[in-house]
Write a protein that binds this ligand. Structure first.
Ligand SMILES: Nc1ncnc2c1ncn2[C@@H]1O[C@H](COP(=O)(O)OP(=O)(O)OP(=O)(O)O)[C@@H](O)[C@H]1O
Ligand SMILES: [Mg+2]
Length: 233
């Protein structure tokens, strides 16, 4: 479903006279449908940058990444057109990160409902499911009609989780999806993620909790600490 070979990402820091920072280097893996690939490593080792490359928020600096879609068409993700990337995000690839890109002036309930409607489900069914999930992740009813832009960090994160899960993506990227949640809500969120996985969603995930990461993952890749490769001249 996804394959990476020698994937690397570095940043040129213009503010530092052109110093080059390597976020990660030479990452290779193969992900089969339904598999869970864990990504671990110390803070700053490039885990978030790797997920951002896979979601094509960043373009990798070197290496290859391929994604085989539901129609068995293989895309060279490093070179795919923006509109292909947008279609894949709409139809197949979901992402939960610590920061929810909130849609302005759309209520929490509509944001989530629309995520399921966009995958071709009737609005009434989608809204029923949205209410069920809002209830399950303990979002108070008084917030359902409000804009998530005004929500607390943990509330935004729960909307983000529901928004991704309700769409039932083929591939879900998880970057510390429970980082801002209290223990009980984090457990509920993890069980939601596990249910989705049991339905066949493949996942690539970063969790701070190493025991949880080991429990969820079929394979774990370990990222090496970041280095500065070229100082400013
Ligand atoms: N847009 C950017 N511009 C410049 N440097 C960046 C950018 N994004 C990430 N980096 C650098 O790349 C390195 C890896 O960052 P990244 O966020 O991927 O680490 P991480 O493993 O997710 O860390 P954490 O566990 O703390 O979340 C860091 O040194 C960071 O400063
Ligand atoms: Mg990170």
């Amino acid at each position: 479903m996804m394959r990476c070979e020698g994937l690397s990402k570095s940043f040129i820091l213009h503010v530092r006279g052109g110093a080059r920072i390597e976020a990660f280097r030479d990452v290779s893996f193969t992900l089969e449908p339904g598999q869970f690939l864990g990504v671990s490593g110390p803070s700053g080792s490039g885990k978030s940058s790797l997920l951002k490359c896979l979601y094509r928020t960043y373009l990798p600096s070197a290496g290859k990444m391929w994604y085989t879609d539901a129609r068995a068409h293989t895309h060279n993700l490093s070179a795919a057109d923006e509109h292909v990337v947008l279609r894949l995000r709409r139809q197949e690839i979901g992402c939960i990160s610590q920061f929810f890109p909130v849609i302005p002036r759309v209520s929490a309930l509509d944001t989530i409902t629309n995520s399921m409607v966009a995958r071709g489900h009737p609005r009434a069914d989608s809204e029923t499911r949205a209410r069920e999930l809002l209830e399950r992740l303990a979002i108070p009813r008084r917030l359902w009609a409000m804009y998530p832009s005004t929500f607390s960090g943990g509330e935004k994160q729960r909307i983000n989780i529901i928004h991704a899960v309700i769409a039932r993506p083929r591939l879900l990227l998880l970057d510390e999806p429970t980082a801002s949640l209290d223990a009980a809500t984090a457990r509920e969120a993890v069980s939601l993620i596990q249910e989705l996985r049991a339905e066949g969603t493949a996942m690539i995930g970063v969790f701070h909790d190493t025991a949880l990461l080991a429990r969820l993952s079929d394979t774990v890749i370990e990222m090496a600490p970041m280095r500065e490769v070229e100082a400013a001249s």
